[in-house]
Design a protein. Structure first.
Length: 84
């Protein structure tokens, strides 16, 4: 597999940090492609961000969004919450 084909999904990292911090960490680690968990992007927009600004943020971090998805994932929660 070629490095440019590798992407990170925001769902694969623990929740809690602001989206800007997550994206900056992905970029600093060397990722260039990201798959956004849409509920996190929507939350960012609810907090005053705009889709245009998200695009600029990605561009500034040399990241490319290759897709997005929306579904509940509780892999980092305690076992009781995962069963809900």
């Amino acid at each position: 597999m070629k490095t440019p084909q590798i992407a990170i999904a925001t769902a694969s990292t623990a929740p809690g940090e602001p989206l800007e911090e997550k994206l900056a960490a992905y970029s600093a680690t060397g990722f260039r492609r990201v798959e956004l968990q849409l509920d996190r992007a929507k939350e960012w927009i609810k907090q005053g961000g705009r889709t245009r600004d998200l695009g600029k943020l990605l561009e500034g971090l040399q990241l490319q969004c290759i897709g997005g998805f929306e579904c509940p994932i509780e892999c980092f929660s305690d076992a009781g919450r995962q069963r809900e």
